[in-house]
Design a protein around this ligand. Structure first.
Ligand code: FAD
Length: 473
């Protein structure tokens, strides 16, 4: 009997998994699944303990689902990518694997590792096959008329939609039960040797069934008002599916098909298209990583921005991390991040802008801190978001467009509902003063247990413009 191996990575699901489906196509083959944890690599990239915990519980869930189908999932731990190739090779030798199936990862180190793995396996006569699985359309397939990668999102999105009109990517089914299913004994899964921090199970229940249920609920109920609600952090108006997409518990094809089942007009400019467009942002940033691998090395896309002289004041950085800047919307957002490991998109833009443009701290410091906290941390989207906010990326905010944290708060949390949820010290401050609580406190001779603004926005804005203009000369 021939043995097939599915090398599972950030595709922790059994439904609509291209490589798993291909590994199981031959009904006579014995199919094994291997997950290799690489804590040293995760540490180097500041993966958050919450994401590690989420991956581990998703792995337990997927192991149970695979066992029902008669497929054993093994998990092995080693330090880094180099060691993972040795683990893979000896696993193949030990189990007489003939074919290895995997889904591509697009970050540069992962691509190098996979190329090396294919070479090593080929030396022992194992044939490898990779799949474009984590995207709706593969990198390099959405190009300008000159066959270049788009540098601006809107035309990328337009061409992307045209491609979807020409043919939707198909979802594939979960493997059928194999001979011997269900498995009686499952291989032991030992928690990774990595710090774990628990994830709020109400917000982010682990497992495929929970992810699919949330997707269905969102597409049936919430998505219709997404346009109105998506910028209001006090409203639960977005899908909160990012963690499932980042870890591959859910595929973007499942999102697309569920959306179109509920709202067939979404692809033709229906109001639900706005949500699909966010999934296309996710694609855009991944396609960019492949076209410009230096992004994986944290290089700015706009070369002259390398010359910006950051102030990198450690006390300011700590105040930002801890939500003690004296700007309520920024501080409430950072408390949400620190507590939940997730932050609303509008707030990610506000706090990123504040760190870079009000505190003149290198965007890479913020990017790394986000990774260390986010349960949905994802190199492509995080790097894209930070480079957008720092005006260093493709189609980024122009450097002279600087968010005013007070007016951002007034626009998107008018009555301070979100702020009061996260900053109890401001509970008594009236709505009209919630974005400038110290002015209210001074007027009313009240002492607030809340820090004064650490910088003056107007002055900080001027310094930032000077720093960017000096770099551009
Ligand atoms: P929804 O609004 O429901 O959107 C649906 C899905 O589309 C999301 O789950 C996500 O996969 C994708 N998406 C939405 N907005 C964006 C966007 N701007 N860029 C790329 N994909 C998007 N997203 C991550 O998944 N991981 C990150 O590490 C990450 N870091 C970010 C850092 C900064 C500075 C900024 C500005 C944005 C970042 N984002 C990141 C994008 C975005 O904030 C989150 O995807 C979104 O808030 C997740 O919430 P949701 O699932 O409810 O999104």
């Amino acid at each position: 009997m021939v043995t097939h191996l599915f090398w599972m990575r950030n595709d922790l699901r059994i439904h609509d998994n291209y490589a798993l489906n291909a590994a199981c196509r031959n009904a006579d083959a014995r199919v094994l699944v291997l997950f290799i944890a690489t804590p040293a690599q995760w540490k180097a990239h500041a993966m958050s303990p919450r994401q590690a915990a989420f991956i581990f519980s998703s792995l337990q869930d997927v192991q149970r689902s695979l066992a029902e189908k008669g497929i054993p999932l093994h998990s092995v731990e080693c330090d880094d990518f180099t060691a993972s190739i040795d683990v893979l090779k000896s696993f193949c030798q030990q189990h007489q694997v003939r074919r290895m199936f995997y889904n591509y990862q697009y970050e540069v180190n992962e691509r190098d590792r996979d190329a090396a793995a294919e070479r090593e396996l080929s030396d022992i006569d194992v044939v490898s096959q990779g799949f474009d699985d984590s995207l709706l359309l593969p990198p390099g397939s959405v190009l300008t008329g000159n066959r270049d990668m788009y540098k601006v999102f809107t035309p990328f999105s337009r061409t992307f939609v045209k491609r979807l009109h020409a043919g939707l990517p198909e979802c594939v089914s979960a493997p059928a039960a194999r001979a011997g299913a269900p498995l009686r004994d499952m291989p032991v899964l030992t928690p990774f040797n990595y710090p774990f921090e628990s994830v709020d199970e109400n917000l982010f229940p682990s497992g495929e069934a929970a992810a699919l249920a949330r997707l269905r609920h969102f597409c049936q109920r919430t998505v219709t008002d997404y346009t109105e609600n998506r910028d209001i952090p006090a409203v639960d108006g977005t899908s909160r599916l990012s963690v499932y997409l980042a870890t591959g518990v859910l595929s973007p094809r499942q999102c697309l098909h569920r959306l179109l089942t509920e709202h067939p007009q979404a692809l033709d400019g229906g109001r639900e298209f706005v949500w699909l467009n966010e999934l296309i942002w996710r694609e855009f940033y991944r396609h960019l990583l492949v076209a410009y691998p230096s992004l994986c090395r944290y290089q700015p896309f706009i070369a002259w921005t390398r010359g910006v002289r950051w102030q990198n004041n450690p006390a300011h950085f700590t105040a930002w991390q801890q939500g003690k800047t004296g700007y309520p919307i920024v501080d409430a957002a950072m408390c949400q991040l620190n507590k939940l490991g997730w932050m609303h998109n509008r707030l990610r833009m506000i706090v990123a802008s504040f760190l870079v443009k009000d505190l003149l701290i290198d965007w890479r410091e913020g990017e790394r801190y986000f990774m260390s906290q986010l349960v949905d941390g994802d190199l492509a989207s995080n790097n894209g978001g930070w480079q957008w906010a720092a005006s260093t990326g493709t189609d980024a905010a122009p450097y002279f467009r600087i968010f005013n944290p007070t007016t951002q708060g007034e626009r998107f949390d008018r009555q301070g509902e979100f702020i009061r949820t996260w900053l109890p010290a401001l509970k008594e401050v009236p709505d009209e003063w919630i974005h400038q609580p110290h002015s209210w406190a001074e007027k009313n001779h009240v002492t607030l247990d809340y820090p004064a603004p650490i910088v003056d926005h107007k002055e900080a804005r001027r310094q930032t413009l000077d720093a960017y203009e000096a770099a551009r000369k």
